[in-house]
Design a protein around this ligand. Structure first.
Ligand code: ADP
Ligand code: MG
Length: 307
């Protein structure tokens, strides 16, 4: 009897074959996630977006956190509408997008994302054709997901080709991130997984975590996790959140800003157009994962390898 992970691999591989070539040159879709909450995903996402915007990239952020959506707060913008209005056909794409600094655009996915699965064919097609527009207006689409290994979040991750995993040096953050990596690697061995260490006290501490994590992932999970960089603990981060101005704008010379610049440059260096599959195929894959009952393996209990 075939297990669920195998079924999932098959479906994903069919989808990939179907999409190859067609979407080349489309927006690069990156999900930003973590095993544990409060590790700095949203502040990372907004500041990365601004840094990429500064470099001349056209960036769209989708807030994919169903529970604690707060990208707009950190960007200092106000958004009233999102996927929900777009899906119902009540509003057009440009009416649900809000513009932030450096022309970055923001869309609230929110709870609308979960309802995608319930759309009828006509509604879904209308939604997908407006999403298609995103591919033309963006070079990079960043999706800020909620934390953890719940079904919905894992599906949001598995639908992408590229994931940035945010980890802090806390043991709980590391083991939760490792558990998530285990799920991702078994369902999508081809996933481009990149790691960021956030809130480390020193470069040495950050390097230690990166090394331990990448080594354990390669040895026990057979997946190469790439190092994207680190952002040390920096009081400017929380100050900038209170001020609702991303730190790369408000404190461009602080440690976190310098480290973020390096990360943005590294990420853009890795830009490989052949791996782009665009936003439309992201949504299609996401929906097909939903239609698959229990689309991924449950949370593995043994995470000793990285401890
Ligand atoms: N590099 C950092 N240095 C200091 N504090 C940080 C850093 N990154 C994030 N924080 C703090 O951690 C908290 C959670 O950040 P947030 O981006 O909301 O995390 P998440 O989206 O993962 O829940 C915020 O209060 C923020 O100020
Ligand atoms: Mg968040």
């Amino acid at each position: 009897m075939r297990d669920q992970a195998e079924q999932l691999r098959e479906i994903v591989s069919k989808l990939q074959k179907g999409n190859k070539g067609k979407d080349r040159g489309y927006a690069r879709v990156i999900t930003i996630t973590s095993g544990k909450g409060g590790v700095g995903k949203t502040s990372f996402t907004t500041n990365l977006a601004v840094s990429l915007g500064k470099m001349g990239y056209r960036v769209v952020i989708i807030d994919g956190d169903f529970g604690l959506a707060n990208v707009d707060l950190m960007l200092g913008i106000n958004s009233r509408f999102g996927f929900r209005e777009l899906m119902s056909g009540r509003l057009e794409l440009d009416q649900v997008m809000t513009e932030g600094p450096y022309g970055i655009k923001f869309i609230s996915g929110g709870s609308g994302i979960k309802e995608l699965v319930n759309l009828g064919t006509d509604q879904l097609n209308a939604f997908l054709s407006s999403i298609e527009e995103l591919n033309k207006m963006a070079d990079v689409i960043l999706i800020d997901t909620g934390a953890g290994a719940t079904d919905n979040i894992v599906k949001m991750i598995l639908a992408a080709h590229e994931v940035v995993l945010i980890v802090t040096p806390e043991p709980t953050a590391i083991t939760d991130a490792y558990a998530l990596t285990k799920i991702i690697s078994s369902a999508r061995p081809d996933m481009q997984l990149q790691i960021i260490i956030n809130k480390a006290e020193s470069v040495g501490e950050a390097r230690g975590v990166i090394e331990k994590f990448t080594r354990a992932s390669e040895r026990f999970l057979g997946i190469k996790v790439k190092e994207l960089g680190f952002i040390l603990e920096d009081a400017h981060v929380s100050r900038s959140i209170k001020e609702q101005v991303p730190y790369v704008l408000g404190y461009p010379k602080c440690k976190a800003s310098k480290q973020m610049e390096l990360i943005a440059r590294r990420l853009s260096d890795k830009d490989d157009l052949t791996n782009n599959r665009g936003m439309t195929s992201y949504i299609r894959r996401f929906i097909s994962l939903f239609k698959l009952k229990d689309g991924h393996e449950s949370m593995p209990s043994n995470t000793d390898e990285v401890g």
